[in-house]
Structures are given as C-alpha cells and as structure tokens.
Design a protein around this ligand. Structure first.
Ligand code: PHE
Length: 499
C-alpha cells in the first residue's frame, strides 16, 4: 500500500490547478502580449494554441500523474528509468522560477501597503527604482534592498506554512480560500475599471483586430508561449498535483475546466487592464498606444499612476489590485515549490516536513539574491529567458519523450478514457504527436535564429548565455539525481493502485 496523500474533493483539486495556472502571467502579461500581437486577431492563434496544445498537454500531464502517482521525477522514472532526468529537469526549472517569482510577490505585498497612503507619489518610476528597490547599476549586487526583505519573509512563511500542512489541509485549503477571494477582488476592480471614463477607448484598442499580423510566426510563438506559461505546463507542476488525485477522477473534464477557467481569468484581466489604460490615456490626453505596457512596468509603475488619477477611493483600488497580484502569485508559488518538495520526498524517503524545510529553504535562501539592490536586473534576465526559451524547450522535450520515444499515447489515452466523461479520440494524438511538436520545433529554431534580443539592462548575449547556463545546470543536476537509486518499494507502482 502506498500512503500518498489525496485531495479531499474534486473542487479542491480543480481550485489548486486553477490556482497554479492563474498567476502574475494572467494579470500582467496576457493583456500586453495580446495587444502587441494583433489585439482582436490574436484570439485566433491563442485559441488554436489552447485547444491543440494547452488542453491536450494538460490532459497528458493529468493522466501521467494519475496513472503513475508520483512527483515528476518518480512519474518519469516509473515510465522509464532512462527518463527520470526529465522529471528533475522540469523540477529544476520550477525551482529557478520560484527563486524570483517569490520576490515579485514580495514587491506586491509592499505595494499593497504603499497603496494605503499612495506613498509612491507622482513619479512612480523613481519611487520603484530609487526609493523602494534602491536599484544598483547592472552587474552589481549592492547589498540587500531593505524594503524587500520583510515582505519576502512573509511570502516564504505563508508558502512553506501551507506546504507543511500538507496536500489537503494545506494546499487545498489555501486555494479554497485564496482563489474565490481573488476572483471577487478582481471582479470589483474590473467592474470599476469598466465604468471609468475612457474605458471604451481602451477596450477598442485591446480588441481591435490587426489581421495583417495573423500570418506572422512571432504572433503564433507568443500565443504558445503565453498558453504554456499561463497553464503552468511542462514545469512538473500539473504532474505533481494530479498524482494526488483519487482513483476515481474525471481527468479530461478537469483539464477542460482548468484550461478554460484560466483563459477566462486572462480575458477578464485584459478587459480590466485595458479599461484602466484607456482611462489613463484620456486623463493625459494621449492615444492609448502610448500608455500600453506589461510586466513589472505595468504593475509597479503604470498601475500606481492610474491609481493616482482615480476619481475616488484611490487607496482602496490600489490595495485591491496589489492584493490580487499577491494572491494570484502565492497560489502559483505554492504549486511551484510543491514540485521539488514532492520530488525530494519521493526520492529520499523523507518526511514532508523535512522535504519542505530543505527544498523550500534552499529556494528561499537563493531568492535573497533577487532581493538585493541589483536583483531587479537579474530578475529581468531570468524572467525573459524562462518566457522565451524555457517554456518552449521544456514542452517540446516532454512531448517528444512521452509521445515519440516512449510511445505512450495509446496507453495514456486508454487510461484517461476509462475514467473520464469526455473521450479522447484520434484528435488528441494528432494534436500532441504532430501539431504541437511541429509548432514548438519551429518556434525554437526561429528563436535561436533571431538576433539575441538586447534591451533591458543586459546585452542579448549575456541574457542568452546565462539563461542557457542555468538551463544546462538544471539538466546536469537532473541527470546526477537520476543516478541515485530509488528505494525498491518506492519505484514500484503498487499493483492495487493501477486502474
Ligand atoms: N502560471 C503562472 C502564471 O500565469 C505562473 C507559473 C509558471 C507558475 C510556471 C508555475 C510555473 O503566472
């Protein structure tokens, strides 16, 4: 018998999966990406990527976790001892993400506090870089940014606290509270934004299709990148979460709910953000395209400006926004850290507490690097690399290994169909085995051929090399870990657990 923990309810699992999916990417990344890549016409490549890659891969990861009942390293090791490294590699990328993602959540916590008396003042850019981060020159660490340390501590205490409490009493409970709260807070902001003067112009800019762009390869790359990052695919997360599913679980339906739920939130964020941008453009008497931004700039520079100009209850809406960002980020961070907690626990047969202390502890310590005065520059690099190469590469390797090398499509399809309402047909195999690898393969070649992108604080070359160095480092660690042997009764899937 194995004593793997289980989700208490189906809703608990779905909320946890949705909680992982909905994160900073939905709020600050999607609106800008959609706008830059054709606005209204972006929805075609976006939907195509969701339906032919996002949801099929989600189904695959849910099925893998459910069938093999292990963290990503254990799942891949059970699938084939030769591919345990893939599980560790994905865990390694998740680990890297956790070290900087946690710091952005820390900023959001600080900004929730700053909202209460609009302490960012008029010049929100200077406030972010000089007053709050006290940013050092590129390449320098420059000691800790004092304002970041306390909120970062809070982030880790909450995250590790939830993980200590376990799957049902920790992760499930936290998501059951955080996700509905997030949806309510965010809806209030969106409704308020929609009723601001200028919102219509913002929405027009967001939804106006630019059909000339639809055949541009970059637009399709952006759509796939967004879908993968946003659905937390290929980072060991969904495999880990679905390893806690009870035997009787509807896999396919859960995947559709998670996929559409995440996209619905993304659309909502797009509407909210662009209504607010339309409002700001009108206040400043400039066209909407002059105020569009995404990522750190949108959340921590532009959004505070918008809040400054709000007609009433500025403090409240600032707080709601940053609290939403904090909640969305925390539920994603919990899922990222759980991948290596589960991996360490499975591999080394240690208690959950020890695995959390070790895995979470190491990540927390490394995250201090991003809490330095020079941290923002590294953080930019890490985020850019993960978004532009990490996601595609990890997803590509995963489908090639599972579908083409290990030829698992038919077995996984059978497994999912036995327990799910919606039956997977040939379409699922075609999407996974043919369409997705072709598109992802093309994407990577195109990315590699492209000029290394400069900009930001570092040159393109630096970005590229340091990114690849970290990716290769994660791979080497993965390969090394897979040489350590498993305890015999861990690696063997208990027969009574097979469906
Ligand atoms: N899906 C989350 C988001 O949209 C981020 C995330 C990416 C979480 C990768 C885990 C792994 O922000």
């Amino acid at each position: 018998m194995d004593n793997r923990p289980q989700w208490g309810t189906r809703a608990g699992f779905i909320l946890a999966a949705v909680g992982s999916a909905i994160g900073l990417g939905n709020i600050w990344r999607f609106p800008g990406v959609a706008y830059e890549n054709g606005g209204g016409s972006f929805f075609i490549p976006y939907l195509f990527a969701l339906l032919t890659a996002g949801i099929p891969l989600l189904v695959m990861e849910f099925t893998l976790g459910h069938k093999y009942r292990g963290s990503a390293p254990l799942t891949y090791a059970r699938l084939s001892k030769k591919f345990e490294w893939l599980g560790w590699w994905q865990v390694g990328i998740a680990f890297v993400i956790s070290t900087y993602y946690s710091v952005i959540i820390a900023w959001a916590i600080s900004y929730s506090g700053f909202s209460l008396n609009l302490s960012w003042g008029k010049d929100t850019q200077t406030f972010l870089f000089s007053d709050y981060l006290q940013a050092a020159a590129p390449g320098e660490l420059g000691g800790f940014a004092p304002g970041v340390l306390l909120p970062l501590l809070i982030v880790w205490v909450v995250t590790l606290g939830v993980l200590f409490a376990g799957v049902k009493k920790g992760i499930e409970l936290a998501n059951k509270i955080f996700i509905p709260t997030l949806v309510v807070l965010f809806l209030i902001i969106v409704i308020r934004a929609l009723t601001l003067e200028g919102a219509a112009q913002g929405l027009e800019a967001f939804f106006k299709p630019n059909w000339d762009m639809i055949l541009n390869g970059k637009v399709w790359i952006a759509a796939y990148g967004q879908i993968f990052f946003s659905l937390s695919i290929a980072f060991a997360i969904m495999v880990t979460y679905s390893s806690y599913l009870p035997k009787k679980s509807d896999i396919t339906n859960n995947a559709f709910i998670t996929g559409f739920g995440n996209s619905a939130f993304e659309l909502l964020a797009g509407i909210g953000v662009f209504s607010a941008l339309g409002f700001m453009a009108m206040q400043q008497g400039v066209p909407v395209n002059e105020v569009v931004s995404k990522g750190i700039g949108l959340a921590f520079i532009v959004f505070p400006q918008i809040i400054n100009e709000f007609p009433a209850f500025n403090e409240l809406f600032g707080f709601l926004f940053f609290a939403s960002l904090t909640l969305a980020g925390l539920t994603s961070l919990i899922s990222i850290v759980e991948t290596f907690v589960a991996g360490v626990q499975d591999k080394f047969n240690v208690s959950r507490t020890k695995a959390v202390l070790f895995g979470g502890g190491v990540s927390a310590i490394i995250s201090l690097l991003f809490a330095t005065r020079g941290g923002i520059n590294f953080l930019d690099v890490a985020d850019e690399f993960i978004n532009s190469f990490g996601v595609t590469l990890a997803g590509f390797v995963e489908v090639i290994v599972v579908i083409w090398i290990l030829r698992q499509a038919t077995d996984l399809q059978k497994h999912a169909n036995q327990i799910s309402d919606i039956q997977l047909g040939a379409w699922w195999k075609v999407c996974l085995g043919v369409i997705t690898p072709i598109v992802l393969g093309y994407m990577m070649i195109d990315k590699l051929r492209a000029e290394p992108y400069g900009g930001g604080s570092y040159s393109g070359e630096f970005l590229l090399y340091s990114g690849w160095l970290v990716a290769a480092g994660a791979l080497i660690v993965g390969i090394l870990f897979s040489f350590i042997s498993w305890k015999k009764d861990t690696i063997e899937l208990p027969a009574d657990k097979e469906v």
